[in-house]
Design a protein around this ligand. Structure first.
Ligand code: ADP
Length: 281
């Protein structure tokens, strides 16, 4: 059952078709992006970033670093002050419609209409993206099955458990078959079991060919899921690479220590505070 944009559909034997190769056009290309809010805050100070088709990319940075602003500019929720954003070659401002159709956003807050049913939530989203009634019907069934929400099809969203709400947010983001999925802190505040369940889904979505941009505060999550990670701080990309490359360039032994260097809190390193058991609490 395909969850996402089927560039590399999962075969009946469960393996991923690899015949279709990634597009040479990057999923996301950001060039010299500046965002100044009317308050005068310069949230992005000339950010450039390129995410190839098919990658699972992580964006890490402390609160106020500019992550949400970058996501909002990439999804049309905020307009850039200067610079360019292209999504699979579509300019996010000039070719707004094509660019927007290529992106699915699973926001951090559960921004669901609590009076709609599960099915209506997905169906209305598809309608917003101009999908035909027949296509919407098929896609809704596909997603309800893939995310184990079939039995809740006619329930109001407010009746769902926390885990089901998270699954619905993911399903809704995938409804119009976007080629780039943006996950804004998808596991913030969820228990371990649900976090692992969500990891399972997002890995599958990526294996099927959908590019993923993930922001998270959980370094372990970024390490487990992302092939490459960028550090952002003060509205600028500080460095990017695999977690091993980042640790090496920061001259430390782990992604966590590299992150602590980034935010100027290396005294918190587990190597300094007496080991994992204590620091885990
Ligand atoms: P992050 O998502 O990494 O926490 P944000 O992109 O939310 O960072 O914020 C970056 C900076 O922009 C912060 O200084 C924040 O206060 C500011 N900011 C964010 N949204 C707005 C807004 N709508 N108006 C004014 N300033 C904003």
């Amino acid at each position: 059952m395909a969850l996402s944009h089927p560039r590399n559909p999962i075969r009946n034997d469960g393996r991923v078709e690899s015949s279709a190769s990634p597009s040479p056009t990057p999923a996301l290309r950001i060039t010299d992006l500046v965002k100044r809010y009317p308050t005068g805050t310069e949230a992005l100070k000339g950010v450039s970033l390129e995410i190839p088709d098919g990658e699972f990319f992580g964006l890490l940075g402390p609160n106020g670093a500019g992550k949400s602003t970058l996501i909002h500019c990439s999804t049309g929720l905020a307009s850039p002050t200067s610079g360019a954003i292209e999504i699979f070659g579509h300019n996010a401002v000039e070719d707004y419609r094509e660019a927007r159709e290529a992106v699915g956003l699973a926001p951090q807050d559960l921004n669901i209409d609590w009076f709609l049913t599960v099915e209506e939530t997905l169906d209305f989203h598809g309608g917003y993206f101009g999908m035909s009634k027949k296509d919407r019907k098929e896609r809704v069934s596909e997603l309800l099955s893939a995310f184990s929400l079939e039995e809740k099809r006619n329930n109001r969203t407010r009746e769902l458990s926390g885990g089901m709400k998270r699954r619905l947010i993911l399903a809704r983001a995938l409804m119009h078959r976007p080629r780039l999925l943006i996950l804004d802190e998808p596991t913030a505040g969820v228990d371990v079991e649900l976090r692992l369940e969500l990891w399972h889904y997002v890995r599958q979505i990526n294996e099927e060919g959908t590019t993923i941009l993930l922001t998270t505060h959980y370094l372990e999550e970024a390490e487990q899921l992302c092939s490459r990670i960028a550090f952002i701080n003060g509205g600028q990309i500080i460095d990017q690479g695999t977690s091993g490359e980042l640790a090496q360039r920061f001259g430390v032994g782990s992604l966590e220590d590299a992150y602590l260097e980034l935010v100027g809190r290396k005294e918190l390193s587990r190597a300094h505070v007496g080991g994992d058991a204590e620091a885990d609490q």
